[in-house]
Design a protein around this ligand. Sequence first.
Ligand code: ATP
Length: 581
Amino acid sequence: MDYLKLTQYYARLENSPKRLEKTGIVRELLSLCSKRDLPLIMRLLLGKVFLQTSEEKTGVSTKLVIKALSSVTGISTYVIEKEWIKIGDLGIVAEKLTHEKKQSTLFSKSLTLKNVFENISDLSNKEGKGAVEQKIALMKELLSSGSPIENKYLVRLFLEDLRIGVGESVIRDAIVWNHHNVNYSEGKINPESREKYNEMVEAVQQAYDLTNDFVLVLETIKEKGFAGLEKLSLVPGIPINPMLAIKANDEKEAVDSVGLPCLIDYKLDGFRVEVHFDGKKYKLFTRKLEDVTKQFPEVVEVIKEKIKANNYVLDAEIIGLDLKTEKHLPFQKISQRIKRKYKIEEMIKKLPVELQVFDLLYWNSKSLTNLTQKERRELLTKVIPKVKNKLTYVTGMVAKNIEEIKQFYKNALELGHEGIMVKNLSKHYTCGRKVGGWIKLKPTLENLDLVIVKAEWGTGKRGSWLSSFTVACKSGNEFYEVGKVSTGAKEKSKGLSYEELTGLLKPLIIKENGKEVEVHPKIIIEVAYEEIQKSNTYNSGYGLRFPRLIRLREDKPLNEIARINDIKHIFETQKSRNKIT
Ligand code: ATP
């Protein structure tokens, strides 16, 4: 397949708002793909040439793309920028300009998938002197050969913002459709085979959560059928989508869900890491599966020295520690360590951390995800040693009744933890989803993780910063506004500042409307509030009362932000909650 053909699929996907239609189109595309093209197409469908675990980015700003476009078309950057502000999408601008220029020197050769993939991959390797020129040259090489439609999507690929509405769940379903008799032109699933279909979706999802590799999943099905998926297992070194928890309002609700006796743990206020040792290399991955090994050499040092096994995978929390008081610090205090890649030694001294392991997923060449929680915890406490202020396993116990849970919860809060986790002793480890094996209990109305969709330039001394942020939740692929946050950040200096947020949001601006700007939904923030109210102002139908910005959630993927149903649920139950103080 050549790149032009792929862009025709991109266009069909972009113009098909319905999820089922999209699934049918992706199915068709996958069925046409050769074995050689499949790995490239799988990544290009998700709009990113780099692996999810890679820290690489194209590192291309709109300004740089405008320069490349100007150089290819001979049109000034000023004119292109004006068009961009008017249209709000640089991809469409590129399409238009290429169209106008098509009689001239453009279209010198046809673009292959390999060309496109390689040039875009190379964009990330350019640093230092001459990097800007080299990046422009790589983009120009592609743009000067591209037709209007090819250039539209090239520009979006450069900017890592494809906008065709294809996420992992569409690809998952398309893989199932490819092997199941679905009448995809109508997108209908034969009712008799509904149950079988659901099982297949579940099997593909589970295989993907364990491997993070749709190509492997698809090839396995082709070679060995669906039964082959069961054999796919966690591989040390390759991160999995971790198990998630459901929130309960009180101890009774938690127990109703997981039964008694159950495992209870402190819910630590740090950030999650998957710790992988494949026998050679140690790796730490965040919940978004980003590799953060370099940022925590002291953690690597202690596990290397103290944990004795040929290979393993641990699920754990990195938590900040005040060495003087030996108290844990809230997440905000250590959040800077996730991104910080220079002067690490200084950071280790300033913001020391401890690794607290709460689950064991792989040990000495055996996957443990199918063991029960009870079996996994028993093994965990045997094999993870305690090293003061550096390494331990989470404090937990088996509770036999609600009273024990209440007491443990009280202790957890007194010690400054976020709450507790209540875990079903007989459940195995379920990657990637909130299926009820783990329940979290936290005292206040739950903060919401929301995405910024609009922002407003400030006034007076905040004039050069964006200082008010409209936030939205999700339903399906759409975003729905729920409030405007203008308190919680600092002006400058440490912590989350307006200056930092402005820096993050500026490159994401799509449209300007007086003082208000619309931005690509990328930046996720945690928001606290007093109450949820019904609202006509926001298109979600709900509004947050007194919303305050708590922190950036750089660790959270976009598909895990609050959903409209979560907000509805909080709205409906907020009055009856037992607040624990
Ligand atoms: P929150 O914002 O409430 O921390 P979340 O949205 O990040 O929650 P949840 O799935 O709701 O994620 O809660 C599970 C998170 O709690 C895990 O991702 C992990 O980082 C953290 N955690 C802390 N202590 C534990 C523990 N003992 N067992 C499991 N997870 C724990």
